[in-house]
Design a binder for this molecule. Structure first.
Ligand code: AMP
Length: 434
């Protein structure tokens, strides 16, 4: 290993001042999720690889190409530490469903409406908007009564609400229905028949997708493949009567909330578990990686992973993509101390230290300058801290039992008494909002 430090490719540090934008965004998201009555769930960031293969589909691109697997440790080093067979989570639906089953959440009355905010990991070729560690906010509504078209509409409305509240404007919702498992099977057979004689017109990778799971051909971004797909008359796919009624209800519920969407019969989503409603949200403010998020219904997954026969619907939005798509002129909140304390000499520092501690004990945000320097230099540091007020203590103040407090906003300055360790006046003044 060279001495030069580096950050793993496709990862980023989120530091000041950007972190405040993240915190603001996350707080707003939590507020909206609370309005819709979703509860937070936190699952491990790694799971058994098998879980992802079983849920997302062994032949999905994510499982085949993008899983970041933990390396096996030589047994003699630590026999207990069996890391092989574990993968960093590429998404969170599988983990939430695993948790729903293991925590017996189905024994609770009614629906489990769960949300998460956290990092996901995919071994991608990094580019703008495509990282190896990225963050998602997502929801999963699972359980008895989850089979309602209104719930499909609710999760779509919730994702729209989140994006709008954060200040996003240019986004589009694409909507489709894959129907029941049986409808999916019919549609897949129809697609196979349509594409069978044109297989050589597809891009090479899509030819193998045709073999593995024909739906994934529809997800292709390759130009040659897209030309073939565009020529297919998919319009009414193969929805059965019941699925058609269900999908009509989802659309009606969305219209009742004035949510605009575009029907896209070629939208299938690349994972095996989707049934019925699927949707994707794209933004024109993003480049080639234009998907802000996606979701849909997965009625068979809980049962397929060994849980009860209950329906489920959810979505995941990419937080980095949301931040990229936000208008750049948005004000970024930043946090700074209310008070900055400076001591002009060693002797005054211990008094300044006591005062800082007293203010903190009274929940007043403050910081102290740890070096002793010229007044000019200290005031420069106080200014840089963006505090609203600065407390100045020097020998002169110490001798007279006072401190100087300067208000940066209006430039006013006053002396207040701290004689006999009586800090009443100081606390009165500093708790008063500017
Ligand atoms: P997906 O599960 O692939 O549909 O991802 C849902 C959302 O997560 C996408 O629409 C993106 O906003 C975001 N996302 C997925 N993969 C990445 C990635 N590699 N880097 C950044 N964001 C991503």
């Amino acid at each position: 290993m060279s001495n030069k430090l580096s950050i793993p490719r496709g990862c980023s540090d989120i530091v000041f001042p950007e972190i405040y934008q993240w915190q603001t965004v996350e707080n707003l998201m939590r507020e909206i999720l609370h309005v819709y009555n979703y509860q937070e769930i936190r699952t491990p960031i790694f799971e058994e690889t098998e879980l992802f293969a079983r849920s997302m589909g062994q032949s999905s691109d994510v499982v085949m190409k993008q899983m970041l697997n933990l390396a096996a440790q030589p047994a003699e080093k630590n026999a207990e530490l069996k890391l092989s067979g574990l993968s960093l989570r590429p998404e969170n639906t599988a983990s939430v469903v695993r948790s729903y089953i293991l925590q017996n959440l189905d024994k609770l009355e009614g629906l489990s409406k769960l949300y998460y905010i956290g990092p996901m990991f995919r071994g991608e070729r990094p580019q703008k908007g495509r990282l190896r560690q990225f963050h998602q906010v997502g929801v999963e509504a699972i359980g008895p009564f989850a089979d309602s078209p209104y719930l499909d509409a609710e999760v779509i409305a919730l994702s729209v609400d989140i994006l709008k509240t954060l200040g996003l404007k240019n986004f589009t919702i694409k909507l489709n229905s894959l129907g029941s498992a049986e409808d999916k099977e019919n549609f897949s057979n129809w697609l196979r028949r349509e594409l069978k004689d044109r297989i050589l017109e597809l891009d090479e990778e899509d030819q193998s997708r045709f073999e593995r799971n024909v739906f994934r051909v529809l997800d292709s971004k390759n130009k040659k493949t897209r030309a073939v797909i565009d020529s297919l008359a998919i319009e009414s796919s193969a929805l059965g009567a019941e699925s058609r009624i269900y999908f009509d209800k989802v659309q009606k519920a969305l219209k009742d909330m004035n949510i605009d969407f575009e029907l896209d019969s070629k939208l299938v989503r690349g994972l095996d578990y989707y049934t019925h409603t699927v949707f994707e949200i794209t933004s024109t403010s993003l480049g080639s990686q234009d998907a802000l998020g996606a979701g849909g219904r997965y009625n068979n997954l809980v049962n397929q992973l060994g849980g009860p026969n209950v329906g489920a619907v959810g979505f995941a939005l990419g937080i980095e993509r949301i931040l990229l798509a936000l208008p750049q002129d948005q004000e970024v909140l930043s946090i700074h101390p209310d008070i900055y304390v400076i001591a002009l000499d060693e002797k005054s520092f211990s008094r300044a230290w006591v005062i800082t501690n007293i203010l903190r004990q009274h929940s007043i945000s403050c910081d102290i300058c740890y070096n002793i320097a010229s007044v000019k230099s200290l005031m420069r540091q106080a200014n840089k801290s963006k505090a609203e007020r600065v407390i100045i203590i020097g020998e002169n103040e110490l001798d007279r039992g006072v401190i100087t407090i300067k208000n940066f906003q209006d430039g006013s300055q006053q002396e207040i008494s701290i004689k006999n360790d009586n800090y009443t006046q100081l606390l009165e003044l500093t708790t008063e909002r500017l």
